[in-house]
Design a binder for this molecule. Structure first.
Ligand code: ZN
Length: 488
């Protein structure tokens, strides 16, 4: 059933009341001022002290319930920003605070855009807890970080004096499970000169594009084996190059380091006498790709158009060969599964973006792993390939470490017992092949005991993002119980 006010009658009431407000506060990564102002006002109204650090994070200090001043201080951490994406031609525009929201059965949904339940439910859950008179708790430190969805700046540059707690609950999980580990990440950037050589005057120029791919999150969806758009176009260029003389003029694809590319383009020039053979190769490659990826990318389309050859430049044969070799050597997809849990991805790499910026072709990759050395090894192999090709490699100054809590963590034991007692079932434990801020924050506090939990959120970072109402209630109940037990 779809109701008019999607939030009417939902529990916990205070959580949903605040959530209904934040859906109209724009908060893309790097533009969190409005939501910070809104939170600071809320803190002032409730007489909670608050502080900001130079990174832009805000921490709100909620005093202990009466008589519990000496209880353990607990940090509750969420991120302020959200991914702002709308479907084509939609009136929803999260970046300007306009999100159409509906209720559909057990779901609160933004049918045409992202919803910001990631991490808005976490934000409003801690607000509701802080306002609650029923929950008895020690001092609470509500830490709201900035730029999680883009650069991790908030977590990386966190001022360690912001929190005193030795235990932290990260509320950015999306599966309803207790998350005990997440992957680290290394972004590698390779720079390549743009083409400078004029193409032969009488050659024909084609623009070829690969579209209709499913893509997805480069961590969570990497195991689905979908076609990486950049890889697809590189394979095509290799096939053409094997049989037809070409000038490679342009190649581009992908939108973000952490998204599997859903499109790619190339501009190629060939002698007019070779057009027939060229078209045959495109047709056969198109069939081959469609067959190989019929399950994962049923809508993939390879198309070509002839374009004007005026002023178009190309790489020399040698540079073209080296560039294509480099792009075909860079791994993309799952590289290793966990040694002890072979159903989970341990290490992967995403060849994410290929674009011209500042007169240079930039190649951006993102390696993830739950094993620090493994992600270093993959990044090193990309560096080696770049060196062999003669490209400039730029190492990541902000590598994020994998995060894993030990099974004997006292916080985990309390969280598991709370879950069992509340819901009369075994708590599902999981690790994710995505990035959480836990590992990065823990670098500032090696002794910090951390776990991550949250409601069930689907289609995060995509139009159609939705959050389960019943799991939000369970998440809130579990969070309250863990805090109660930690405080007693
Ligand atoms: Zn998130």
């Amino acid at each position: 059933m779809i109701s008019k006010d999607p939030f009417i009658g939902l529990e916990p009431v205070v959580l949903w009341k605040h959530f209904a407000e934040i859906v109209s506060i724009p908060r893309p990564g790097g533009q969190e001022d409005a939501i910070k102002e809104w939170l600071a006002n809320w803190a002032d109204k409730n007489n909670f002290l608050h502080r900001r650090d130079n990174a832009g994070n805000i921490c709100i200090y909620v005093p202990a319930s009466k008589g519990l001043d000496n209880s353990r201080t607990i940090a509750l951490q969420t991120h302020l920003d959200m991914v702002c994406i709308s479907a084509e031609k939609s009136s929803s525009d999260p970046g300007s605070g306009k999100i159409d929201v509906i209720r559909d059965g057990d779901w609160i949904v933004a049918p045409e855009s992202t919803l910001g339940a990631d991490n808005g439910i976490g934000i409003t859950a801690v607000m509701a807890l802080a306002e609650s008179n029923d929950l008895l708790h020690g001092p609470l430190e509500l830490l709201f970080t900035v730029e999680e969805e883009t650069t991790f700046k908030g977590a990386i540059e966190l001022d360690p004096s912001m929190i005193m707690a030795d235990v932290m609950l990260n509320l950015d999980a999306e599966s309803g499970e207790l998350i005990i580990g997440s992957a680290g990440g290394i972004e590698s950037v390779i720079r390549w000169p743009v083409p400078t050589k004029p193409i032969p005057e009488d050659w024909t120029v084609f623009n070829i594009s690969l579209t209709g791919l499913c893509g997805g999150h480069s961590g969570i969806d990497i195991e689905k084996n979908r076609l990486n758009g950049i890889k697809g176009i590189v394979w095509l260029i290799q096939k053409i190059k094997d049989e037809v003389p070409i000038c490679l003029c342009e190649i581009s694809g992908g939108d973000a380091y952490n998204a599997i590319p859903i499109h790619s383009e190339t501009i190629i020039s060939i002698p007019p006498t070779e057009i027939h053979k060229f078209e045959e190769i495109i047709a056969s490659t198109s069939e081959d790709l469609a067959r190989q990826f019929s399950h994962t990318d049923p809508d993939l389309t390879l198309s070509k158009t002839i374009i004007d050859n005026l002023g178009i430049r190309c790489w020399s044969d040698e540079l073209c060969n080296r560039l294509v070799d480099l792009l075909s050597t860079i791994p993309s997809g799952v590289i290793a599964m966990e040694q002890t849990s072979p159903h989970l991805v341990e290490t992967s790499n995403n060849l994410g973006v290929l674009e011209v910026r500042d007169n240079t072709l930039g190649i951006v990759c993102f390696t993830r792993s739950s094993v620090w050395d493994a992600q270093e090894q993959v990044a090193a192999s990309i560096e080696s390939a770049s060196r062999l090709a003669g490209a400039e490699f730029i190492p990541d100054p902000n590598k994020t470490p994998p995060w894993r809590i030990p099974y004997h963590s006292s916080l985990l034991i309390i969280a598991q017992a709370s879950y069992r007692d509340l819901f009369q079932r075994e708590p599902p434990l999981a690790t994710i092949h995505g990035g959480l801020e836990c590992g990065t924050i823990q670098e500032h506090f090696p002794e910090l005991d951390v776990i991550s939990l949250g409601p069930v959120i689907q289609n995060a970072h995509k139009p159609g993002e939705r959050v389960s109402i019943s799991s939000t209630a369970e998440f809130y109940e579990l969070l309250s119980e863990i805090i109660k037990r930690l405080s007693s």
